[in-house]
Design a protein. Sequence first.
Length: 457
Amino acid sequence: MNSHMIDYIIFQDSWSTETMRRIWSEEQMLQRWLNVEVALAETQAELGVIPAAAAQEIKAKAKTEYLDFKAIKKEYARTGHSLVPTLRAVQAICDNNLGEYIHLGATTQDITDTGMVLGLKETHAVIVKDLEAIEAALLKLAEEHKNTPMAGRTHGQQALPVTFGIKAAVWLREVSRHLERLAQCQQRVFVGNLAGGVGSYASFNGLGLETEKRVMERLGLGVSDAPWHVARDRFAEYCNILAMIATTIGKIGNEIYVLQKTEFREVQEPFQPGQVGSSTMPHKRNPEIAEALNGLSKIVRHLAGLVMEAMFAEHERDGAAWKPEWVAVPEICIYTGAILDKAKYVLENLVVNKEQMLKNLNMLGGLILSENIMISLGKKLGKQSAHEIVYNIAGRFYDEGLTFKEALLQNKLVSDNFSEEEIDKMLDGSAYIGESEAIVAKAVALTKEEYNRRPWR
């Protein structure tokens, strides 16, 4: 019986991806715990702490495929302990009583925290791959539309001409900065922990630091600078980076949603034959994916706050702070994975309606070029005087229904300084796009340079 949208047979692909569901499945979580136990046993055999045969047997049997999950569940209900039932299950299937040596010196949180880090490392590879695909799609949009004029909007109102290329370049660089954050955090985040009950390594009889070092080398993780049972900044940092990524993509989704409104129709997310927008309004082509990007990002932001709460922990162990991460961290990864998967599809197939952008740019009859008029007039009369003059002229558009051009020509200060032909040129929105090409070129060049020097290349 499935009881969460992530697992619903019908709806799961709207909230998650198969890859992320696999990474954070119960089987994979337990297997990561067991992988830590195997690395510990192998290291202790190498150091002469346990028999080599014990390490070999533990490695052979510490596989979820050999475990009876229902029996472990029953033992968990009896013991109330999150790891002991699994350890006992492995111990029971080891030959010659060699399972006795599993988990020697470690504490539960050593195993579960390190297992969580291994899960984050798997997640990281997927996140990076998908985010770079989004980066590539945005780079392409920026280059293709560096000279595609549209109305730039501030406070929800038409403000000045811009290009869709500039808009895409802004998104591009934000995504690129997130990739930089992901690169920079790796050494801090992908670090294991094997310090014993209160982080003193006492149970390892003087071999704790060396044991931890070798275990982490086996697992491909960094060695902690100090025990971190109650120092949860690593998870908080990574989850907040994912929350920032989700928010950026959610913002892009919301912009697509707004620009796809009937009154705008400037962009459209891909629509497939057979796709249905409404059960009662057959004409609807709703921006369902753009909506989902926005909605899922809200969940990720909320869950990131829960991970921040885990940083507030008492003494040397605090389950009230730590255990909520078991819910929040996987869900943040799963939802962010879904967000990136959807965004990749939308941005690689986004429909850009250049004609409608131009139509909307011209819908106010040149009013959106008031700055251009003011700047030109200001060179002759002074900027502050020009602002007041153009402000009053623009008011006639709103109050009297005149076109902006008509109001300009009727103003003596304007008509004395500019011919009608000059005014027409100043009211051409396509020509007032600033340094769009240079902005896009700079963003693209920086992105390509950063791409080639990322640590996972």
